[in-house]
Structure formats: structure tokens, C-alpha cells
Design a protein around this ligand. Structure first.
Ligand SMILES: [Zn+2]
Length: 403
């Protein structure tokens, strides 16, 4: 399994496609899964996302990510190809999706985009109504030997303890809290797993700049107590950070952007650092990228550990009534991953055999890219699937043809 996305399996360009097509060796096809084209060929991240999804599937054989955008909704059913009218982006219909924001880079991209716009709506509306926003980041000390699952359980309990009791009530009343959004984040660095929490507070009373230090100290005290109660330790310097609306807005703007760390440009995380195992900070999707792009297999077990630990966890939690207040529909990750809200045109269908061909040759992302570039029929032809093109007459509307 390992070589399926290891460094030894070179990325192949479309000119070499024929080699993959003609191979009788199923293993060779698998090895090249979703590697039909380099991601940069279209300046598009889609390819990398599909590759990362394939890596996730291989690492998590019993997870739903394995069926995502692979299995038809109906057995032997057709797969449809659509194109969004406004964005001109192609996408598939008739396929199952997994809706996992934690382990599926394709679903995560779609879900995060929606969550980002929801956060932005609430945040902007609140500020426009004269409100204030503050972001509180909660962290604790950890080491390389800590298990992620243990840390997540202790962190969840600590944040619950932090947000209840008399002192929290006094704080909430003092700032005129309207609502809050809790975001879980998990990164990995020199000191092992680093799960942490961002709390976006929307409130009606301003925290004046000269009050911030005092507020921070009070909150830190509460956080330290909550951590201690659940066997975690934290420290004054790093344990609790307060950011104002401008910084919170920046955070929201980048929410869930799994592609915002291109290799080699982020000073914290470069290929060289990853190779040395000294990455400043990696996200779990960076593990998949490291495995795919660098053939660095040390992150396989880490990704599995992460997938098991986050199972059933909510990444974003809004306080009760807050979504309704800003008229944001409450949709689950699965619902967001499956829905099609934009107007789209149906370009054509692929029968199950054609879909199997696309799937087994790792052409899911390439087909979408090609359809956008060349149109439906030429795209299929270029990928070795010839479809009968309709004649000009077929397309022409016959004005008086239908009595
Ligand atoms: Zn998925």
C-alpha cells in the first residue's frame, strides 16, 4: 500500500496517460491514482485535494472517505457532469460524498468555504450593528508522548469548565455577551499534538484597550483553574491570548483554507523542515501532503491517530440561537457537502463503465479540469472515452418542429 503515494511513484503528466491506460497491472494503476496531472498545470488546487483524498482513503480503509466521490448513489447508476453557471466550475453529480471535515480534503474545502461565509456574515453583521468582537485563544502544555485522544478529551472538559460558573457569568454580563462560536484546531509541532481552541465572542460592551490586560488576567485565571481540574497544565505566557476584531477578522478570512500553506513559501514549514522532522507547525492535511509530495511516511500513523481521535467531534460550535439571530440556516457538514445551491447546467452523463475507467485511472480531477478547459465531449475524447457528439441539427431549436 505504501508506495501508492510514496516518493518513488513519480507524478505523471497527461502525455504519459496512455501508459497508465494500457497497463494491465492493477497495482500500477492504483499507484498512479489521481496523479494524472500536476496540480499546478491549471493553477488549481483541485488536483492536490483529490490526491490527498486518495491518500486519506488508503490510510483509513474503513472510513467513509473511501467512498467519497467514487461510489455512485445508485448501484450501476450514471454519474453526471455539471458546470456552475456563475463560477464555470465543473463538478460531479450522482456520487456519494462523505461530508467529513476532518479527514476528507475535498469535502473539507467545500464545507469550510460555507463555514467561513457563515462566520463572516455573523461577524460583519454584529459589527455593523455597533457590536464588538473579541477572539480568545486557549492553549495548554503538551509533549511528544501525549496521545491526541487524551488531550482532546481533557481540552473539551476544560473549555466546558472555563465557560460555566459564577466568574464566567460575571464576565459575560460585563461585556454584554450576545453569543460565541467555538472552533477546535489541531496542529502538530515539535512538542507533539497541539489541539487548541478559538472562542469568537460577540458582545455589546467594548473592552477598552486599557482594560484588556485586566480582562486577560481574569480569564487566564479561570482557564488555569479549568485546566488544572482536568489534569492539564498551562502557563501565563502562552495559555490565553486575546485578540481584537481586526485580528479575529483575519482569522475568519483564512478559516479552513487547507491550501494556504504552499510548500517552501511558509517560513514555519518548508520541505526541508518536514524532512528533518522539525516542522514548526503542521496541520493534519499537511501530513497527507507530506506523504504525497515528499514520500514522507512518518506521518501516516499520525494521520490515523488524528482520524480516530476526531471521530464524531464538531469542529465549530455556535452558541444557542446565534445562527438564527443572523438568519443562517443550520446545516450539518453532510448536508453542506451534498447540497447544490448554485445554478448549474448538466453537461452529460457517464455510465458505470465509463466512470470505472475514470476512477481506476485516477482521472477524477483531470476530467473536471478538462471539461472546464475543453468542454464535455473534447475532454472525454482526450481522456480516451469517445462519446458520440451531437450533430448541429440536434442542438438547433426547430422553431416550428413540435406542433
Ligand atoms: Zn468527502
Amino acid at each position: 500500500m505504501r508506495e501508492s503515494f510514496g516518493a518513488s511513484a513519480p507524478l505523471v503528466s497527461i502525455t504519459k496517460l496512455r501508459t497508465i491506460e494500457n497497463t494491465k497491472n492493477r497495482g500500477a494503476v492504483e499507484r498512479n491514482e489521481d496523479k494524472g496531472l500536476l496540480s499546478n498545470d491549471f493553477g488549481d488546487d483541485r488536483f492536490l485535494r483529490y490526491q490527498m483524498q486518495s491518500a486519506s482513503k488508503h490510510l483509513l480503509p474503513n472510513h467513509r472517505v473511501g467512498i467519497c466521490l467514487r461510489h455512485q448513489i445508485q448501484r450501476y447508476g450514471d454519474v453526471s457532469l455539471f458546470k456552475h453557471r456563475s463560477t464555470q466550475k465543473a463538478f460531479y453529480g450522482g456520487l456519494m460524498v462523505c461530508g467529513s471535515v476532518w479527514v476528507c480534503p475535498v469535502c473539507a474545502a467545500k464545507i469550510s468555504e460555507r463555514r467561513r461565509s457563515e462566520l463572516k456574515i455573523a461577524f460583519d453583521s454584529h459589527l455593523q450593528q455597533g457590536g464588538y468582537c473579541t477572539m480568545v485563544t486557549l492553549t495548554f502544555s503538551h509533549s511528544r508522548t501525549d496521545k491526541l485522544q487524551d488531550l482532546l478529551i481533557a481540552l473539551s472538559k476544560s473549555v466546558q469548565d472555563f465557560s460555566r460558573g459564577g466568574r464566567d457569568r460575571v464576565f459575560r454580563e460585563s461585556i454584554g455577551l450576545v453569543g460565541k462560536i467555538r472552533a477546535f484546531e489541531i496542529t502538530y509541532g515539535q512538542n507533539g499534538w497541539h489541539p487548541h481552541i478559538h472562542l469568537l465572542l460577540m458582545h455589546n460592551n467594548e473592552i477598552e484597550p486599557w482594560e484588556r490586560e485586566e480582562v486577560r488576567d481574569k480569564l487566564y485565571d479561570m482557564w488555569e483553574g479549568a485546566c488544572a481540574k482536568n489534569g492539564l497544565s498551562t502557563n501565563y505566557e502562552h495559555g490565553l491570548k486575546i485578540d481584537d476584531a481586526a485580528e479575529a477578522s483575519q482569522y475568519i478570512g483564512k478559516w479552513g483554507d487547507i491550501m494556504d500553506k504552499p510548500w517552501g513559501t511558509d517560513s514555519e514549514m518548508t520541505k526541508a523542515n518536514i524532512k528533518k522532522g522539525r516542522a514548526g507547525s503542521m496541520t493534519p492535511f499537511d501530513f497527507l501532503r507530506a506523504v504525497i509530495e515528499d514520500g514522507d511516511l512518518q506521518y501516516e500513523d499520525k494521520f490515523r491517530e488524528y482520524a480516530a481521535a476526531t471521530k464524531g467531534m464538531h469542529q465549530l460550535v455556535w452558541s444557542r440561537g446565534l445562527k438564527a439571530k443572523y438568519l443562517i440556516e443550520d446545516k450539518s457538514d453532510e448536508e453542506v457537502a451534498t447540497e447544490k445551491i448554485e445554478e448549474a447546467d448538466l453537461l452529460g452523463l457517464l455510465d458505470w463503465q465509463e466512470w470505472r475507467y475514470i476512477l481506476h485511472n485516477g482521472l477524477r480531477a483531470t476530467l473536471l479540469n478538462y471539461v472546464e478547459l475543453y468542454g464535455y465531449y473534447d475532454a472525454l475524447e482526450k481522456l480516451g472515452l469517445k462519446k458520440e457528439k451531437p450533430t448541429a441539427n440536434y442542438n438547433d431549436e426547430q422553431p416550428s418542429g413540435r406542433g
